[in-house]
Design a protein around this ligand. Sequence first.
Ligand SMILES: Cc1cc2nc3c(=O)[nH]c(=O)nc-3n(C[C@H](O)[C@H](O)[C@H](O)COP(=O)(O)OP(=O)(O)OC[C@H]3O[C@@H](n4cnc5c(N)ncnc54)[C@H](O)[C@@H]3O)c2cc1C
Length: 336
Amino acid sequence: MVLIRRDLSLKRFNTFGIDVKASYFARAESIEEIVELLEDHRHYFPFYVIGGGSNILFTKNFGGLILQPAIKGINIIDNGPEHCIVETGAGENWDDFVRWAVENNLGGIENLSFIPGSTGSSPIQNIGAYGVEVKDVIERVNYLDLETLQFFSLSNSECDFGYRSSIFKNKLKNRVIITSVVFKLLHHPVLNTAYGNLQEEINRMGRADLCTVRNAVISIRKLKLPDPELTGNAGSFFKNPVIDAGSARELKERYHNMPVFPVSDDRTKIPAGWLIEQCGWKGKRFGNAGVHDKQALVLINCGNASGIEIMDLALKIKDSVFSQFGIKLETEVNIL
Ligand SMILES: Cc1cc2nc3c(=O)[nH]c(=O)nc-3n(C[C@H](O)[C@H](O)[C@H](O)COP(=O)(O)OP(=O)(O)OC[C@H]3O[C@@H](n4cnc5c(N)ncnc54)[C@H](O)[C@@H]3O)c2cc1C
């Protein structure tokens, strides 16, 4: 029988450290426990599923059941000469899985080292960092439909992956519980070190292998991003806007130092952090909410911020970026 806790503070279940309560909270350690919970209670509660709470901003108490799938397991299901197919339970910690892969000399996810959260959440926004997205290595995503309680399995192409997006952020948003993810890791990976100052950091470390890439990524991330254990945050608060190439060219004429990354012939990505910094927000603080002083894309909880305070700051930032650049920022974080 799954333990359901009443009126539980969610402060330690979200990396922003927002102190709101859930009327009901349950951790389910197996598929059977999830099904039991849903069969017994699905008609009574609104449900919300969380992993590590590292991509969520709670703005108020949650009047239903927060369900945290804690299904564990890293299982090799096929090991060929080129690829190793691995299935992980949704509750496995993402970075523990990356460490496991690197220790076993399996490549493909080393650039995604040190991203908080669980493996079950990794497909939801198609996590990405240092030139790699998790869609590059996902074979299948297995899930339970919250309404019908039936199991489904989607192939990579059926997941409709895009930049910080997938079918689970759109058509299937809040309608499923991902129970496991199947990854295709590489026995002979080509290291991807072209992004930012990754190669520089690797050169400094003196070797080029999976373990060095992982260590280099971790060391750069530790310098740039606040540790959620010390300063509440959810990583990048906004997505990098992708605008039409003509508008990007016009902006570039006005702002010569604006970084631009063409993503196709007619679309260009602009770093949201740069836009926010130009508007003077970097390191600014409003009450208990603030903008990180080393990366303007990261909003922080400076003390006992409420979700509303963080949200108010986010709206101010959005308004000022829009009035200076005519670009509408979209939030990456899930607001609840
Ligand atoms: C310091 C820091 C750095 C970060 N860096 C990056 C980065 O480099 N790249 C990046 O892409 N992200 C980054 N993030 C964001 C975050 O870590 C990722 O989005 C991560 O995948 C979220 O995982 P989670 O388990 O914490 O998900 P949660 O925040 O718990 O949930 C996120 C969403 O997924 C849903 N969800 C969670 N688990 C399941 C499930 N099993 N089934 C169905 N729905 C589910 C939730 O309902 C919610 O909508 C960072 C966050 C922090 C705090």
